[in-house]
Design a protein around this ligand. Structure first.
Ligand code: COA
Length: 158
C-alpha cells in the first residue's frame, strides 16, 4: 500500500491544504494528515481543535486519515511505516525553508523521501496566518476556508 504523510501546523486548515490533500489522495492509497502538536509557532487553535477541523473538512476523502503527532516528524513517519513526506510549494519563497526541512529530514532518515506538490494557482497566495488576520479584522474568508473553519474562526474572533 502506497502511503504518504502530509505534516503541518494547520492553524487552521485552508482550501489550499485541502487542494493538495485531494491531489495526493488521487495518487496514493492513503494520505495521513499529521497535525504537529510541537511547533515553534503559538497556534490560535489547540491541537485537538486543529485535528477536529481537519477531520471534519476532509471527511469526503475516504483514504485520508487525520492524526496529531509530537516529537520528530521522521520518528512519527517511521513508527507509522510511511516512507514519503508531502510538502507544498506555493511560490519560490517557500523553497529555502522546505529545502532545509527536507535535507534535515533526509540526514536523519535517509530512506524517507520528501515529495513536493504545488496547489492550484488560486491558492498560491494563501496562508493560515493571513486567513487568521483577515478573519480577526472582520474580513470575509469564505473563499479561503471551508464553512466549518469559517465558523470556528468567527467563534474565536467574534
Ligand atoms: N495552502 C495554504 N497554506 C499553505 C499551504 C497550502 N497549500 N502550504 C503551506 N501553507 C502555509 C501554512 O498555512 C503556513 O502558513 P502560516 O505560517 O502563515 O500559518 C505555512 O504555509 C507553513 O505551514 P505548514 O505547511 O503547516 O508548515 P509548518 O511550517 O507550520 O510546519 C512542520 C512544519 C510541522 C512540518 C515541521 O515543523 C515539523 O516537521 N515539525 C515536527 C518536528 C520536527 O521533526 N522538526 C524537525 C524538522 S527538520
Amino acid at each position: 500500500m502506497r502511503r504518504i504523510v502530509y505534516p503541518g501546523t494547520f492553524d487552521p486548515i485552508t482550501n489550499g491544504h485541502i487542494d493538495l490533500i485531494e491531489r495526493a489522495a488521487r495518487i496514493f492509497d492513503q494520505v495521513v494528515v499529521a497535525v504537529a502538536a510541537d511547533t515553534h509557532k503559538t497556534p490560535t487553535f489547540d491541537t485537538e481543535q486543529r485535528v477536529a477541523l481537519a477531520h471534519e473538512t476532509l471527511a469526503h476523502l475516504a483514504n485520508v486519515q487525520v492524526t496529531a503527532f509530537s516529537g520528530l516528524l521522521v520518528t512519527f513517519a517511521k513508527a507509522a511505516d510511511i516512507g514519503v513526506i508531502m510538502r507544498g510549494l506555493r511560490a519560490v519563497s517557500d523553497f529555502e525553508f522546505e529545502f532545509q526541512l527536507a535535507s534535515m529530514n533526509r540526514r536523519m532518515s535517509p530512506r524517507i523521501e520528501t515529495l513536493f506538490m504545488t496547489p492550484a494557482e488560486q491558492y498560491a497566495f494563501l496562508s493560515s496566518s493571513l486567513v487568521r488576520e483577515v478573519s480577526r479584522l472582520g474580513g470575509d474568508v469564505s473563499s479561503f476556508v471551508p464553512p466549518q473553519v469559517r465558523t470556528a474562526l468567527r467563534q474565536r474572533f467574534g
